[in-house]
Design a protein around this ligand. Sequence first.
Ligand code: WT7
Length: 655
Amino acid sequence: MADVTLEALLEEGRTFAPSAEFVRDALVHDGSLATAADADVEAFWAAQARDLLDWDQDFHTVLEWDLPYAKWFVGGKLNVSYNCLDRHVAAGHGAQVAFLWEGEPGDARAITYAELLAEVCRTANALRALGVEKGDRVALYLGMVPELPIAMLACARIGAAHSVVFGGFSADSLRDRIKDADAKLLVTGDGAWRRGSVVPLKEIADEAMAEAPSIERCLVLRRTAHEGVPMQDGRDVWWHDVVASQPSECAPVPMDAEDLLYLLYTSGTTGKPKGIMHTTGGYLTQVAFTHKYVFDLHPDTDVFWCTADCGWVTGHSYIVYGPLANRTTSVIYEGTPDHPDKDRFWSIVAKYRVTTLYTAPTAIRTFMKWGTEYPDRHDLSSLRLLGSVGEPINPEAWVWYWQHIGGGRCPVVDTWWQTETGAIMISPLPGATVAKPGSATFPLPGIGAEIVNDEGDAVSIPGGGYLVLTQPWPSMLRGIWGDPERYRETYWSRFFGRYFAGDGAKRDADGYYWLLGRVDDIMLVAGHNISTTEVESALVSHPAVAEAAVVGKTDETTGQAVAAFVILRSGNEASHRLVGELRDHVAEVIGPIAKPKSVLFAEDLPKTRSGKIMRRLLRNVAEDEALGDTTTLADPNVVAGIKARYLADAPDDEE
Ligand code: WT7
C-alpha cells in the first residue's frame, strides 16, 4: 500500500473488506447472527444470555416491555463478579493474566484471574466491614489503577451499586454526584499521577465530602505516597490497613437480572448531570456479546487494550465487564499518550504485543498531528484489529489509523453507542462487514435503528435526519436515578415509542449509517459529553460574569472545542488575564475537560424576542460561517457586532 496516497484512497471512496487472512480466523464471517436476530429477536438475545453467561437461576421471561421501561431476563439470577472471575478460575484459567497494568514509568503489574478474584474478595469483605450492604451505592474516585476495577467488581460481588466519578472531575462535580446517588462510602486515593505530577485526590474528595453528608466512611488507596494526606478519624481508613487483612474468599451474592449494577453520570441539556442506571443481566449479556463479536475476541491469544478511563462508560463496558466476562487479557494504562514521550502508546503496544486497540478519534487526530515517526519507532505487527469510539471519525483519520497503525492489515471498527445504550449498537462485524471510512456501517444483530425526519417518519435511502432506536435492547438504561419524568422526556417523548439518541445521522445509497454528531446542546469535546448549560452555569458563577453563552466549535484535534461568549458585570474590564481566570474557573467548577478554548467578551448576546439565546448564530460566528436567518432576533445588530469582534480577536490555539 506504500505508494497509495491518502488523497487517492479518499477520492476513490473505496471500501475496505477484511483480508482473507482475517476472515479465515474470524468468529463471524457471514450474516448468520443477523439472520437469527431478524427471525426472532427475543430468542436471539435469550440464546446469547445463556451462551455467554452463567446463571444461578434461569430466567422465565426474556423481555417485559412497558414503554419506556424494559425488564430483561425476568426471574433470572446471576452475579456479575462470579461471571467475570470465579467461573474462569474454576475452569482452569486462574493463571491467565486478566490485567497487564502499565503504571506511570517504572510501575507495572500483571494480575492473573486467580489473583484478581482473591483481591476482589478481600475488597468486598472490607466494604462489608465498613458497613456497605446489598442495595447501597458506593462512589469511586480514583485514577487508572487496578484497584478501580477491583472496587467495581467488589461492589458487584456484594450487590452494592457503584458510581464511578472520573478522577479529573472537580470537588463540586464529585459532591453533586455523591449527593444525587446518596452514596454511603467513597473509595479514593491519596493522589493520582498525571504527567509525572500528583493530583491530590484526597484533598479534592475532602472538599466534596464536607458537603455530602451521606458519606459515612472513606477508603483511601495509597498510590502517590506523598506527605501530609489528611485522614479524618472515624471516617477515613487506608486501603492497605483494612483490605489486606481480609479473607480472600467471599461468596458472590446472587442478584436479580434487573438489580442495579451501577450508576454513571452523564451531561444533560438542562445542566444537572443524569445518573444513568444500568442493571445486571441484560447489561452483562450485551457487553459480553459486543465485546466478543465486534472485537472478534480469541481469549487464548488476544491482548486487548481499550485506552479509555474507567470513569467513562467505555471503561466500564470494555475495560472491566465485557473483557472479563469473556476471559480476556487486557492492558490498563495509567498515564497519558505523550508522557514521557509521544510514542508511549506504541511502546506499550510493542511491549505487550497488543492485538486489539480501541481508542478515540481525538487521540488518532493527535497522533496524526505528531507524525508517523512515533509509531514508526516500534514494532506494531502484533495488532490485528483496531477500534474507534466517542465521536464521528473523519475519513482522513480512519485511513491514517488503518495505514500507519494497522499497517494496512487490520480491520477498523467504528463503534457508535452512548452511556445510555451501555454497549456498542452500530458497528461493523470485522470479519463480515465491508467498511467505509467515516461510517459506523450498520446496526449490530438484535438492534433496531432508523433515521427519521422532524415528523418522526423514516427517511428514504439515501437520506438524513435523527437517529432513533426502534426496539428495546438488553443493555439499555433502565432510567435516570431519581428522575423518571426526565427519563421519559429526554429519550422517549420526541418520537413516540422510539428512543431518541440525540444524534443526527444519514444513510447512503448502500444503506450505510453515517453519524453526524449531536443535535442537542451537548458538545463532544475529545469524545466527552459536555453540556453547554453546564459550562454556562459555571461561567455565570464567577463574580465578573453577568451572562454567558457557550457553543461547540469544530476543532481539528478534540472534535469540538468549547467557545464561550461572555457579558461582564459592570465594573469589570475585559482583559487577557480575565480570560485566563474564567477558563481556570470552569476547570475548577467542572473539570479541565470543560475549559473553554476561547472566551469572547460581548456587550450583548443574540436573543429571540422571547429572550432565548440563539446558539445557532453563535455557532455560525465561532465557525466563521455565514449567519443564517436573523429575522427572529430582537436586535440583529448584536450578532453582527459579535462577529466583527470575534474575527478581530481570533481565539488563540494555546492548548
Ligand atoms: C455520544 C455519546 C460511547 C462511549 C463514549 C461516549 C457520540 C460515540 C460515536 C461514533 C459518532 C459517536 C455520539 C453519542 N459518539 N461514538 N462511533 N460515531 N459519534 O459516550 O459520553 O455517552 O457520548 O458520543 O454523539 O451520542 P457518551
